[in-house]
Design a protein around this ligand. Structure first.
Ligand SMILES: [Mg+2]
Length: 238
């Protein structure tokens, strides 16, 4: 299981979006706290952050075709559910939902991590195709296209709500292979979620590396501390 990727075989990389390529700025906790404040509700930001982490992680996505199946409507309802649970005090949840849905669909609400631009340049120079593969919904298209460090570099964008299945479902990774026009064994998946980006990808036959920014979690999976280290590991092998 803890095998390093064989770079001689890799012709495509699929990168997760949130936590891997992009992060929300201001933070999710700040955006939610501010949205509550606009309705006259003062909340502690740390409490909002704790609530979000709890409800985001415990929210199970189950569309019409079972666990991990999804579509745009399923994602919309999911976010409605999460926002209502995180901010139960607000008098007009519909307005807050609309504001936050719009906020996180704008490129200005996101930033690329500083290692993204140099890493994507190096990946392209190595002749490796780049796919962004994400459990975000179709709002991600506008976000990716609006971030200059990303837009030029992305050869394919695979989004779970458009594919019909979320990571870690095998159907999501089959869609990645199709879009890249490559077999699973020629694709490396890189992301910050052990189950979605690493275990799921490996079960589907892809190589995988965990992006462990800050190296905070003990594990025996192959991992890199940032995206530039990805190509360092390739050069070290060459
Ligand atoms: Mg992620």
């Amino acid at each position: 299981m803890s095998k390093q990727p064989n770079w001689d075989l890799i012709a495509g990389i699929v990168l997760d979006a949130v936590g891997t390529l992009i992060k929300p700025v201001p933070s999710v906790a700040d955006a939610y706290t501010e949205a509550a404040r606009r309705q006259g509700v003062e909340l502690n930001r740390d409490e909002v952050r704790a609530r979000f982490n709890r409800h985001f992680q415990s929210d199970e996505v189950r569309g019409d075709r079972g666990i991990h199946s999804t579509d745009e409507a399923t994602e919309l309802w999911r976010w409605r559910r999460i926002i209502t649970k995180v901010l139960p005090e607000i008098p007009d949840p519909q307005t807050t939902f609309a504001e936050l849905w719009d906020h996180f669909g704008r490129p200005e609400s996101w930033q690329c991590f500083p290692d993204v631009a140099p890493a994507l340049r190096a990946i392209h120079e190595a002749g490796i195709a780049v796919c962004v593969g994400s459990n975000f919904d179709s709002r991600l298209r506008r976000v990716v296209m609006g971030l200059p460090d990303l837009s030029w570099a992305v050869d394919a964008l695979v989004i779970s709500s458009e594919v019909g299945f979320r990571k870690p479902h095998a159907s999501f990774f089959e869609a990645v292979c199709q879009r890249l026009g490559l077999p699973a064994w020629q694709i490396l998946c890189v992301g910050d979620d052990l189950e979605n980006d690493v275990r799921g990808a490996m079960r589907a036959g892809l190589s995988a590396l965990l992006l462990d920014r800050g190296a905070e979690r003990p594990h025996d999976f192959p991992h890199v501390p940032d995206l530039t280290a990805l190509l360092d590991s390739r050069l070290a092998e060459a």
